[in-house]
Design a protein around this ligand. Structure first.
Ligand code: TRP
Length: 452
């Protein structure tokens, strides 16, 4: 093992760093707009069921592979693969997270731009103006690209410092800050007149809205939000200690992730309902609907709208950063360990690949012809191929690998920390990972491809 490999120092560090990977734009951007589109409380209940049934067993499985090997994803799968090409699964994970890094950094760059716009008071309450602002900004060939590259470079400066001094320290500072910012905005939003309609929308289920679409949307969202199926959790688990309780940590991380997603809803919907905006505007919710919602809702008190806008985009940028760190680390760990180079060089290789992809993704939002294929932009393709094909494939085979292929003794040992924990839920976990998860993932997969 290279001397510079490192590990997490404290239990809290493990939870915050891994939850940092899980908590991101998926929670604060994607979860609220899906909840808005898919009918509110009923979607949330289904989502929670998915996290419990599929998310937690999936997270534990990746933890088992990662901690067993204490190595990057490719080596981890190869170690347990017994000569069969299971390392390809590790490769797939690394590839998936690197592509995700490419388009995720574009949206993260938009967050930085909006943070800047909020600070310089460029976002007004006029909806027409914000629509125009977003369109002009996101299709501009220069600025969004620079912000996206800047985001990857910021990520680089943290990852390059290593697991304890970089990732763990940054997460220990950023995650509590994020949580406090979120709570401040939630409290402000829930005290607005008319905000209770939004709270009701989130917590009073209307089961007539449940279609099988909602069920499968929730499943896909649970994957993405927990960073499942992309070797991310496996890489982080390779820095866990032998005392880390894998099942308990998985539950804590899933709980934090879900809590933050619901809090994000509790921040957005009350504010939207209080100014009479329907929360079903889709992906544009955060960049088009919200700036004017905040201005209108909080505008009555001087400066409050301004401050809330800044806090919101600062929080969004922080959430995105703890996630891009994890996507970056997966590739970095692979490069420096497998090619016997320094961590610094490994990180630069990942940064170079990430920047190339992100530049292509960002430019594809403009009118550049070469970056559109079959009517979709390069960015949309990256999103589609990773989210709908690579991620479910990775998660599916990880379940098969841990549930059916590797010796059961290894699974039991890792689950119970070599017999020192009771392992009360071992039976349930094994059943989930062998039967429930693979079947559900197949269902999502075929649904997303339009077969069911
Ligand atoms: N889970 C993150 C979110 O909700 C996204 C994320 C972070 C991710 N790391 C990942 C997704 C690795 C896939 C792979 O925003």
């Amino acid at each position: 093992m290279p001397a510079e490999r490192g590990d997490f120092k404290t239990k809290l560090g493990i939870i915050l760093a891994t939850a940092g990977s899980a908590v991101g734009l998926g929670n604060i951007w994607r979860f609220p707009y899906m909840t808005g589109q898919d009918g509110g409380a009923a979607f949330i209940l289904v989502y929670i069921a998915c996290v419990l049934m599929l998310g937690i067993p999936g997270v534990i499985s990746e933890f088992i592979v990662g901690r067993h090997a204490s190595a990057n994803a490719v080596r981890a799968y190869r170690n347990l693969g017994n000569g069969r090409p299971w390392h390809l699964l590790g490769m797939l994970g690394i590839l998936t997270s690197t592509i995700i890094l490419g388009f995720y950094a574009v949206v993260a760059g938009w967050c930085l731009q909006y943070l800047y716009a909020a600070i310089t008071a460029q976002l007004s309450g006029d909806t027409q103006y914000v629509v125009k602002y977003f369109h002009e900004f996101s299709t501009n060939p220069v600025w969004p690209t620079l912000w996206a590259v800047a985001f990857i470079l910021i990520t680089h400066t943290i990852v390059v410092k290593g697991v304890r001094n970089g990732i763990e320290k940054a997460s220990n500072m950023m995650m509590p800050t994020l949580f406090v910012l979120l709570l401040v905005i939630v409290v402000a939003a829930c005290t607005l007149p008319g905000s209770m309609e939004g709270v009701k929308f989130l917590f009073k289920p209307d089961f007539s809205k449940l279609t099988h679409n909602v069920f499968l949307d929730a499943l896909g969202q649970a994957f993405f939000s927990l960073s499942l199926g992309t070797a991310c959790l496996c890489t982080y688990a390779s820095y866990f200690s032998r005392q880390t309780n894998l099942a308990k940590s998985a539950c804590q991380i899933a709980l934090l992730d879900t809590l933050i997603a619901i809090l994000a809803g509790l921040m957005i919907f009350p504010a939207a309902f209080s100014v009479g905006v329907e929360p079903d505007s889709g992906p544009a919710l955060i960049f088009i609907t919200l700036p004017s919602v905040f201005q209108q809702a909080f505008g009555a008190i001087p400066l409050l709208g301004y401050v809330i806008g800044i806090l919101f985009y600062a929080m969004l940028s922080l959430a995105a950063l703890t996630s891009t760190i994890s996507m970056h680390e997966i590739g970095t760990a692979y490069f420096y360990e497998e090619y016997h180079i320094t961590r610094r060089k490994g990180a630069w290789i990942q940064t170079a690949i990430g920047c190339t992809l992100t530049i292509a993704c960002s430019l594809s939002m403009g009118d550049i012809d070469g970056l559109h294929f079959f009517g979709k932009s390069f960015l949309d393709w990256c999103d589609f191929i990773t989210g709908q094909i690579m991620l479910p494939t990775g998660a599916f085979f990880t379940c098969i690998f841990v549930g059916w292929y590797i010796p059961k003794k290894i699974v039991v040992d890792e689950f119970t920390n070599w017999g020192t924990l009771r392992g009360t839920f071992l039976g349930i976990y094994l059943f989930a990972v062998r039967f429930v998860c693979p079947l559900c993932i197949l269902a999502v997969f075929f649904h997303q491809l339009g077969f069911i």
